[in-house]
Design a protein around this ligand. Structure first.
Ligand code: C6P
Length: 417
């Protein structure tokens, strides 16, 4: 992407960012005596008051176990839990709420598909294709399945600009491929991957697609039917919802064909020592007392995002990111990793002669929170010949003034090293 000059980049005038900031209590504090500039949203985003209130109201008024009791509180809790599932269904445009399985996050979503879909079906000679830019949670579960089944894991390479090499993908995805697993947006570089193209390649090969949407849900309106993927998973906490909440979407016919991978209460119709009859979807994948407050919080998150509009969010974040890229281009000794044409909200960089951890420490003393390290994407770091980066990741509440604060702090790093 060719950087525009910093002064030419303006966020959309109709996006009321200060009003949005007022909704997030955690943003209004000082760190080391400086106003907090929170740029670690890809690791976890802050929570709006509406989500905090929904969780605390639930615990204050409606809490009981779900699907178990005839008493009023249990019915209220069940309504809230299932009502939130329906909100998420509508938000991602799934055909049925039974296609939305509550999980603890994207990590559990991928593991569920790996163990409940892939493990019983794959055999020696089969192949799983992922990309080299995946988060570890979309690599390691597949490596485990390969160890269990004798299948082989292959990786689509990434070009110097941080985009996937689609020519290589077309060669890798073939007759042996059973699963194609890829992130919608890279957490380390921000590259927006071509989901439709990869899904089409997988479909032509007769393979199933597993999309890790952890970094997409905070930035895009995701329509799982338009994407036509088989599975799509995400974490609530990156999209301004509670930690420990998340969804695995799967096409009903596929989920139906899968046996549960965890047994216990909630996921059965009847149990005897002669045998157990599993519950219908989605409950057969939700063994045990679920994270009810997390589901309620996730439903409130979707309500909150719906009130703002993801198109507005995307336009605002894109202007903030472009401004940050332009400031980066004007900063001597700073290298931005990756230049993908489609990029969302993430700026990963290194500085000549300074370890990323030192960058992170100095920035923290200036009140600026970024993540440093390998971002759980070590194969991607190896591809770029680096051990770590500093990563500023933006959310809907970040401003151009905060980008200025980031680069003022980067200037301090330069002075010190
Ligand atoms: N990435 C980051 O700083 P969980 O932990 O299950 O909520 O999310 C895992 C995960 C899966 N896929 C992608 C693309 C991710 O970015 C993450 C989490 C954080 O980048 C923490 S490592």
């Amino acid at each position: 992407m060719k950087a525009a000059t910093a002064t030419a980049i303006k966020p959309p005038a109709d996006f009321a960012v200060e009003k949005i900031r007022a909704d997030f209590p955690a943003l209004h504090q000082k760190v080391h005596g400086r106003p907090l500039v929170y740029l670690d949203n890809a690791a976890s985003a802050q929570k709006p008051q509406a989500v905090i209130d929904a969780i605390s109201d639930y615990y204050r008024r409606d809490h009981a176990n779900v699907h178990r009791g005839v008493h009023t509180l249990s019915q209220r809790a069940t309504d809230a839990y299932e009502g939130a599932r329906e909100k998420v269904r509508a938000w991602i445009n799934a055909a049925s709420s039974c296609e939305c399985i509550y999980v603890s996050g994207a990590t559990e979503g991928v593991n569920l598909v790996a163990q409940a879909y892939a493990r019983p079906r794959l055999k020696s000679g089969d192949e799983i294709v992922a990309t080299i830019s995946e988060h570890h949670s979309n690599i390691v579960p597949w490596q485990m399945v390969c160890e269990q089944t004798g299948a082989v894991l292959r990786a689509i390479p990434v070009q110097d600009n941080g985009e996937l090499d689609l020519r290589a993908a077309a060669e890798l995805i073939g007759g042996r491929t059973r699963i194609v697993a890829f992130g919608h947006i890279s957490n380390a570089l921000g590259t927006v991957n071509p989901v439709a193209e990869l899904t089409a390649m997988a479909r032509a090969a007769g393979a199933v697609t597993v999309v890790d949407g952890a970094q997409a849900m905070p930035h895009l309106r995701v329509d799982v039917r338009a994407l036509d993927c088989d599975f799509y998973t995400f974490s609530g906490h990156k999209m301004y919802g509670p930690t420990g909440s998340g969804i695995l979407y799967g096409k009903e016919a596929l989920l139906d064909s899968m046996a549960p991978y965890r047994g216990g209460g909630e996921m059965i119709k009847s149990v005897s020592f002669a045998g157990t009859v599993y519950h219908d979807l989605p409950h057969k994948f939700e063994a045990g007392t679920p994270f009810i407050a997390g589901a309620v919080g996730l439903g409130a998150t979707v309500d909150y995002l719906g009130g703002i509009g993801m198109e507005q969010v995307a336009a605002h974040e894109s202007a903030v990111l472009d401004y940050a890229l332009a400031r980066a281009a004007d900063t001597p000794g700073l290298t931005v990793i990756g230049r993908p044409r489609q990029r969302a909200a993430i700026l990963s960089f290194t500085m000549d002669g300074v370890h990323p951890h030192d960058i992170g420490t100095v920035l923290d003393h200036e009140g600026v929170a970024v993540r440093t390290g390998h971002h759980c994407a070590q194969p991607l770091m190896q591809r770029f010949g680096i051990a770590a980066t500093a990563r500023a990741s933006f959310g809907m509440y970040n401003t151009r003034a905060e980008v200025d604060a980031l680069f003022a702090a980067v200037g301090k790093v330069r002075e010190m090293f």
